[in-house]
Write a protein of this length. Structure first.
Length: 309
């Protein structure tokens, strides 16, 4: 009896160890193999919970499996082209999401865990999206380009408006000669004469910056760039009539005597809110069509093996 008891205890320990070893394998039951990479029941359960949390809809099991298959395919293609974000990149994206939600990363993690979602599940989806976006935009850059004339034609087709495509871009710096409130008309006239003197002296933006950054009671602001579509006709005419590097005529405002030094004037493509909206829509349509064809091609070439269906 003295020797049988330790042997019995040893047998119990062995059985317990075998049970514990088997439990995780059951929890990690492999459902699909994608290019040798497993997708488990646990993966499916986690992604399903994440999808429900982010879309407020309950996806079917097959929809979730398809998403996970797509992720595996995308990640493999990314490695093929050296697109493989590191842990720091993923964490930075995770922190960015928290910031956009105006919460801390700890709060984001807790909000996920309350719903039964591990933060690693969200980070895995983020990584897949980062890899795929980089691949599609990098490999099909030329194909995704949207021509300005195509945009203009689309605007005309939608609105009936014939848009001017070519415009002008103006780069300038506002200048103010300060006139304190309550100043006498004589002082104001003096400042006007000073402004005219400066106009006759300045012949470049560099000269204007050098002069007005060291002149008392005067200031030169940072450069701004405006296009034809963003300027009223009157101001556009003034800028068109002003030689490059020179000052516009002085104008009395609440701040004092204001002028603008014109740094550059060059042809550009006119942009408007409507054009931006249509351009973004056209780009999105091209992107979706391109990425779908790309993904379909990769899935056809992938080794996808279902198990225990």
């Amino acid at each position: 009896m003295t020797t049988a008891l330790p042997m019995f205890r040893l047998l119990l320990l062995v059985l317990a160890a075998l049970f514990l070893a088997a439990a995780p394998s059951r929890a990690q039951n492999i459902v699909v193999m994608v290019n040798g990479d497993p997708i488990t029941d646990f993966d499916i359960d986690q992604r399903s919970k994440l999808d429900q949390l982010t879309t407020q809809k309950t996806p079917s099991r097959q929809e979730v499996i398809n998403e996970l298959i797509d992720d595996r395919v995308k990640l493999k293609e990314g490695k093929k082209y050296g697109v493989d974000p590191g842990v720091s990149d993923i964490n930075q994206s995770y922190e960015g999401m928290a910031q956009r939600m105006r919460i801390s990363t700890d709060q984001l993690t807790k909000s996920l865990e309350v719903k039964g979602v591990r933060p690693e599940t969200l980070k895995a989806r983020m990584k897949s999206e980062m890899v795929w976006t980089s691949l599609v935009r990098g490999r099909f850059k030329e194909k995704l380009m949207v021509g300005e004339r195509d945009v203009a034609q689309a605007v005309q087709a939608q609105t009936g408006d014939k848009l001017q495509i070519e415009g002008t871009e103006y780069k300038m710096q506002p200048i103010v000669l300060i006139v304190p409130r309550g100043s006498s008309p004589t002082f104001l006239e003096t400042r006007k004469k000073e402004a005219e003197t400066y106009r006759s002296r300045i012949a470049s933006c560099e000269e204007a910056n050098s002069l007005f950054r060291s002149t008392p009671n005067a200031t030169i602001r940072d450069s701004v760039t405006k296009t034809t579509a963003e300027l009223p006709d009157a101001l556009r005419k003034v800028l068109d009539d002003t030689p490059i590097g020179h000052l516009t005529a002085p104008e009395v405002t609440k701040a004092g005597i204001e002028m603008v030094v014109l740094c550059s004037r060059k042809p550009t493509m006119i942009d408007t809110p409507k054009k931006r909206e249509i351009r973004e829509k056209m780009y999105t349509e091209k992107y979706e069509k391109t990425q779908k064809a790309y993904l379909d091609e990769l899935r056809k070439a992938a080794m996808i093996e279902y198990r225990n269906r």
